[in-house]
Write a protein that binds this ligand. Structure first.
Ligand SMILES: N[C@@H](CCC(=O)N[C@@H](CS)C(=O)NCC(=O)O)C(=O)O
Length: 207
């Protein structure tokens, strides 16, 4: 039994979609971040960062969206969301998961939360503008990664595609959203057409 804490549209989208793909029993707890529900003492006991997502797996908390997504994929090999350790596809799978969470997600953090990076208003505007200038270069890298096939691992769908779907959605208000790139757009539509992803979007109030 799993319990996933997320906010609507938050970084728990990818693990939430993974839970739907897996079909394991789980409960979704959508926190209202506008009301500060992610900063309440009972939640801080699970995730002292006061951020979403957090997963309770057999009662034990784990945070960081990429870690949760990879944990779920590895715990449920029958869902075929991750190449096993000896498979050659494990290498690009790990690379793209780390790239997306460490590089792309970090740039999004600077875009959405410039206040975490600079104190002065003018500096924050600069942090945000710089992130907006850097993101297209990252989208171009991901667009190139899709050369091999519709998914990040070529023909093979994986949890990394759920992660990319989430990051594509986050850029919907950028001057050039990721889905305006031809292959990223096709990827967005293909992953968004999966019944599990549609259930995730509906449960999160996003569709
Ligand atoms: N690296 C973390 C980032 C989590 C994160 O920043 N979540 C956002 C929502 S997308 C959040 O909870 N923000 C609230 C805050 O920073 O106070 C992860 O991937 O889980």
């Amino acid at each position: 039994m799993y319990i996933l804490f997320n906010s609507s549209g938050g970084a728990g989208m990818a693990p939430h979609a993974a839970l739907e793909e897996i079909g394991a029993p789980y409960e979704l707890k959508l926190l209202d971040t506008a009301k500060g529900e992610h900063k309440r003492p009972e939640y801080l006991k699970l995730n002292p960062n006061g951020r979403v997502p957090t997963l309770l797996a057999d009662g034990k908390p784990i945070y960081e969206s990429a870690a949760i997504t990879m944990l779920l994929a590895d715990r449920h090999p029958e869902a075929k969301l991750a190449p096993a350790v000896p498979e050659p596809d494990r290498l690009p799978y790990l690379q793209w998961m780390a790239y997306m969470t460490n590089t792309v997600q970090e740039a999004y953090m600077q875009f959405f939360h410039a206040d975490y990076f600079a104190a002065a208003e003018a500096s924050r505007a600069d942090v945000k503008a710089t992130a907006e200038r850097r993101l297209p270069g990252m989208f171009a890298v991901l667009e190139g990664a899709l050369d091999r096939g519709p998914y990040l691992l070529g023909e093979r769908f994986s949890a990394a595609d759920l992660y990319l779907f989430m990051l594509t959605r986050w850029g919907r208000n950028l001057a050039k959203p990721a889905w305006d790139y031809p292959k990223l757009g096709a990827h967005w539509r293909a992953v968004g057409g999966r019944p599990a992803v549609q259930r995730m979007m509906k449960a999160a109030g996003l569709a």
